[in-house]
Design a protein around this ligand. Structure first.
Ligand SMILES: [Zn+2]
Length: 386
């Protein structure tokens, strides 16, 4: 297949340069679902770029008869953050101009509707469309979301203008508002395993990514990219359930964490790409040899509540002298890490050992072993916590 490649300018800079994003759009010879994938929303999280490059290469080698529907891919979706540096290190989690996390800026129709109940109420929509077919419901709700979203575009040209983040998010969300499945490829800022975030009632699909672990999303504010996409549909499902119409839309959003930040580890990339291929084959979008892989029949991703992921912060400043390997299962009462702490009161340096009170899986570990008091050391999923 030869993709349709479109470059979109997203920001004109003080220097006179223009930043852009580039969309690779593959269209199968049969109509079907639309999948949207992006990577590198956070600047240091680059593994997804390699995953999506390999997916583009794979799709280029396929015949259009092997794709049902459309796949839209945007690697390097945030040039603002990807180009940010401090010496050898790329940070790029926050917009230095506003201090905002680049993945907490997105437009959420559920919030928009709640603020304008007279015109956009999701409860009212559910009552009006309660007896529609699933296809009609999806089409009508998409149109309602689109109308509200397009009204934002109209404000671009007003004398007041729009702040940078609102302009930027418009470009990304405009491309995926009508998608069926979105996959946002991230990595940890630190050293980390592969895992995914899963919204409720989407657990069966999570298994298709063939990852060992995932985190269930129950608490969220709607401003992350996956949340902004999925939340209105979850809200509509809830409103319909109140009217005795039980329905789970085949609409899904996934954030996949692919290994460590500032890294492009071949194993993390292999598992990331394998999972996406397997998911697309399981959904009937890609027809490729051997996929879905045979292990799909038995694989179950172990999902934990988000609240089970516990962050550890340094009790004192110092140097991290021992840290666990990512993915390690640490028994209750065992050492998690060791910190060498220095002082200015005439004493010899002290070694501090920190143990886990509960059995846990180490999801990520600080890349930087130099720590001030209160800085992030690691994240552990406490398996037995409820
Ligand atoms: Zn991220």
């Amino acid at each position: 297949m030869i993709p349709d490649i479109q470059t979109r300018p997203i920001a004109h800079l003080a220097s006179g340069d223009t930043l852009g994003i580039q969309l690779y759009r593959f269209v199968g010879d049969r109509p079907g679902k639309k999948v949207y994938l992006q990577s590198n929303l956070h600047g240091s999280e680059v593994s997804g770029n390699v995953v999506l490059q390999q997916l583009i290469a794979l799709l280029c080698d396929l015949d259009s008869s092997q794709l049902q529907g459309e796949i839209w891919i945007i690697p390097n979706c945030n040039p603002f953050s990807a180009n940010q540096r401090s010496h050898h290190f790329s940070s790029g989690r926050y917009n230095p101009y506003t201090g905002h996390d680049w993945n907490r800026i997105f437009w959420d129709y559920e919030k928009h509707a709640a603020a304008q109940p007279q015109t956009c109420s999701i409860a009212t929509f559910a009552k009006q469309h309660r007896d529609d077919s699933p296809e009609q419901l999806i089409q009508s709700f998409r149109q309602q979301i689109r109308r509200a979203f397009d009204a934002i575009a109209d404000t671009f040209q007003t004398p007041h203008g729009l702040p940078l983040e609102q302009r930027y998010r418009y470009h990304l969300q405009d491309l995926c508002l009508d998608a069926d499945y979105i996959i946002d490829c991230h990595s940890s800022s630190n050293l980390a395993i592969n895992y995914l975030y899963c919204f409720h009632d989407r657990q069966p699909s999570a298994d298709a990514f063939l990852l060992q672990y995932g985190l269930l999303m129950h608490d969220y504010d709607g401003n992350a990219f996956d949340e902004a996409f999925c939340k209105p549909w979850l809200a509509l499902e809830r409103e319909l359930a109140k009217l005795d119409r039980a329905i789970i839309f085949d609409i899904e959003a996934w954030t996949i964490e692919i290994g460590s930040g500032m890294d492009a580890d071949p194993d993390a990339i292999y598992r990331g790409l394998r999972g996406i291929k397997n998911y697309l084959a399981t959904k009937g979008i890609l027809d490729i040899p051997k996929f879905p892989l045979v292990q799909s029949l038995s694989h179950r991703t172990q999902l934990f509540e988000r609240s089970q992921l516990v962050n550890y912060y340094a009790p004192r400043g110092g140097t991290l002298s021992q840290r666990p390997l990512i993915g390690t299962i640490v028994p209750a009462g065992q050492q998690l890490y060791q910190l060498v702490s220095f002082n200015r009161n005439g004493n010899i340096p002290e070694t501090i050992e920190v143990c886990t009170p509960q059995r846990g899986i180490v999801f990520d570990v600080a890349r930087n072993c130099s720590l001030n008091e209160g800085e992030y050391v690691l994240g552990v999923v406490e398996c037995d916590r409820t």
